[in-house]
Ligand binder design. Structure first.
Ligand code: HEM
Length: 374
């Protein structure tokens, strides 16, 4: 392949979809990108098959750009294969079922209402800082039982960038801020009887070993922030660009918000990729955003339509590593987009909107909007 044929090039980041569409026309299932030393899974059937064959396509060798043996740190859930993965996931599963997380609905709604009060009163603003970063930060603090400082959103962004090709130099420095906080006051001040305290005590039946507990909590914090941040930002942008779909959501905010969240995840998957590695040395990059726009599975995939069948989307992955926090992300998304539709009749994106240049995450760095109250 020519040098231009590289999905991680800066010029493809703002709008990766034309290049993804080109990749899906290639005859091979796994497409080689020689200059990166990797293969990519771009079609839906291939991406799903790779994710579900966890024996051939392993996570334990590393799902980030840098393999686990060079990174020096192993993310507890996402970078283990069975049987270790089965054990660590069981250690936290009971706190993460949709039923266990249903207790969070009222908490999330309270946080979202309060944030929207300010946002609607000012007629909008820069929604990444006023809404998208604030909701997950406050929700995760409540759910875990620890106070995440505002800087946590920057730490999560840095952590994802460190998992992608050519991370900016500042990322390592930002991520060091997280470790300093966690090893200092951060984890030391977890609240009694909270989920964070349970993880640091080993989780259910103390299944987490002593040397896994710190990274397990860190993994959940990092995974739960930047992802949901961009679900919210991408959703605001998609609804602004598709006023007919906003109108449809306004017709029935409670009824249609959960479906709108799934379509936002399909249309603009926040996580661009994770890798799998094989015992014979191949690295496979699974492109979630490409699978979600596969015309073989989704009719008119480039159209944003909130009442379409999205059940096959891969934004939360598939198989044994299916996102642990998906129930919480869905509660947060449904609350945000229901409240938005109850309080706002139009969204206008203003000058200054800018996509993030993170090669790991698809979202916005800044998204100034004007909101008209209903
Ligand atoms: C819209 C928001 C989110 C998106 C798009 C997302 C995306 C993903 C994806 C694609 C995976 C699969 C990784 C793989 O197969 O290698 C995953 C796994 C994971 N996610 Fe999420 N995530 C979101 C929210 C959350 C939240 C809120 C949490 C925590 C509260 C969380 C915690 C995790 C963990 C711990 C894993 C690893 C699970 C395992 O390996 O068994 N995520 N997520």
């Amino acid at each position: 392949m020519a040098e231009a044929d590289d999905p991680f090039e800066r010029r493809h980041l703002d709008d990766p979809y034309p290049f993804y569409a080109y990749l899906r026309t290639q005859p091979s299932d796994l497409i080689e990108i020689p200059e990166r030393g990797v293969f990519v899974a771009a079609r839906h059937d291939v991406a799903r098959a790779v994710l579900r064959d966890h024996t051939t396509y392993r996570s334990g060798l590393g799902v980030q750009w840098i393999p686990v043996d060079q990174a020096g740190i192993r993310a507890t859930f996402i970078e283990n294969d069975p049987p270790v993965h089965t054990r660590v996931r069981r250690a936290v599963q009971k706190w993460c079922t949709p039923r266990a997380m249903a207790d969070m609905v009222d908490v999330v709604d309270g946080i979202v209402e309060e944030i929207f009060d300010g946002l609607v009163a000012t007629g909008g603003g820069e929604v990444m800082s006023t809404l998208a970063r604030r909701v997950p930060l406050r929700v995760m603090s409540e759910w875990l039982g620890l106070d995440l400082p505002d800087a946590a959103a920057t730490w999560a962004d840095a952590s994802f960038r460190l998992g992608a090709p050519e991370p900016p130099e500042a990322s390592a420095e930002h991520f060091a801020g997280f470790l300093e906080w966690a090893l200092g006051d951060g984890f030391a001040s977890v609240r009694t009887n909270g989920f964070a305290e349970a993880i640091l005590s080993g989780g259910d039946d103390e299944r987490l070993h002593d040397d896994e507990r710190f990274v397990a909590l860190a993994s959940i914090i990092i995974a739960g922030l930047d992802t949901t941040v961009h679900l919210i930002g991408n959703g605001v942008a998609a609804l602004a660009a598709n006023p007919d779909q906003l109108a449809s959501l306004i017709d029935d905010p409670s009824g249609r918000a959960p479906a709108a969240v799934e379509e936002i995840l399909r249309f603009d998957a926040p996580v661009r990729f994770f890798l799998r590695r094989t015992d014979d040395g191949r690295s496979v990059v699974v492109l979630f955003g490409s699978a979600n726009r596969d015309e073989r599975v989704f009719e008119a995939p480039h159209r944003f339509v909130i009442d379409r069948d999205t059940s096959a989307h891969l934004a939360f992955g598939s198989g044994i590593h299916l996102c642990l926090g998906a129930p919480l992300a869905r509660i947060e998304g449904a609350s945000v987009f229901r409240t938005l539709a109850e309080r706002v009749c139009s969204i206008e994106v203003l000058r200054g909107a800018e996509r993030t240049d993170s090669a790991a995450i698809r979202g916005f760095a800044a998204l100034p909007v004007r909101l008209t109250a209903r």
